[in-house]
Design a binder for this molecule. Sequence first.
Ligand SMILES: Nc1nc2c(ncn2[C@@H]2O[C@H](COP(=O)(O)OP(=O)(O)OP(=O)(O)O)[C@@H](O)[C@H]2O)c(=O)[nH]1
Ligand SMILES: [Mg+2]
Length: 338
Amino acid sequence: MTRGFIDRVKIYVESGNGGNGCVSFRREKFVPRGGPDGGNGGKGGDIVFRVDLGIRTLIDLRYRKNYKAGNGQAGSGARKAGKSGKSVVIRVPQGTLVEDLENGEFLADLTDEEDELVLLEGGRGGRGNYTFRTSRNKAPLRATGGEPGTQKTLKLTMKLIADVGLVGLPNAGKSTLLNTVSAAHPKIASYPFTTLIPTLGIVSVGELASFCMVDIPGLIKGAHEGKGLGIQFLQHIERCRILLFVIDASVPEIEDVYSQLIDELGAYNANLLSKQRIVALNKVDLTEEFLQDNFSFAKEEDVYLISAATGKGIPELLSRLYKVVSESSREEDQQPNP
Ligand SMILES: Nc1nc2c(ncn2[C@@H]2O[C@H](COP(=O)(O)OP(=O)(O)OP(=O)(O)O)[C@@H](O)[C@H]2O)c(=O)[nH]1
Ligand SMILES: [Mg+2]
């Protein structure tokens, strides 16, 4: 992948071992046999994940793949507990999923701005002999060892969080649209695969309202078999509420394009097809007369005629997008918490 945008990595993490408990007896002047005073071992350090809004990709984790938290120190005399091991905090972008690479177990989805999770606890410290004293055994020689830490190899996947995801063939005008409607400036050019990495933009609607739109590289027929840039970026539209299909209306095969896009999405993940779709037929400035009813899909979909270049039709499209986004977030808010 290019330009520092990394959305998948594997890392190895290990929490710290607990320190051993200590066997020790008090030594004081004039007290020949002091009581037990061996302290507990310290706890091993944890492996913690924390969302950091200043981080956009998983690239830092590509350069550092092994994380080991500190071990707890052993206890010592005078009932002194060992120091806890230092925890390791791994900072990740919002939208990071954590899985156990070995068994595929899902461990976490860090989507909230302030998400923090102790993924692996450090081992507990052992008990010093002081804790084993009883009325019958005043001089226990017993202490326990610290618990070992745990290890895991993890797969991290970052999926961007956006309301609207742009889907279309290369050159359809997706990036031009994002440029027109937001402050984001993805590269635009007349050759295919200009966009190589996803770009997020905030679209303002009126003074107070806004939603988030993500531009991803163009899809081509056979993308699910690895053609073009393949489907490696489709994970970034999995969380979107709406998919906005951007189709170049100046080419004759609009319906074929539409069904190719549907096929590629479905081959990647059928759930994408259950998302609400809106179709933007772009570049209408290049076509003289345009009859949207000519398309069979126009009856079942929301279709908008736009020109990302001149701005024609954009306000109508944006207010429709905003309406759907706000309706679906209201529905979500009304769902009872599990
Ligand atoms: N005439 C006209 N040209 C447009 C319009 N929208 C985009 N273009 C042109 O179409 C070409 C491709 O635009 P991009 O926005 O880079 O297309 P894209 O869909 O992001 O392409 P990829 O990043 O390759 O997937 C550029 O030359 C744009 O200037 C439009 O509404 N009218
Ligand atoms: Mg583009």
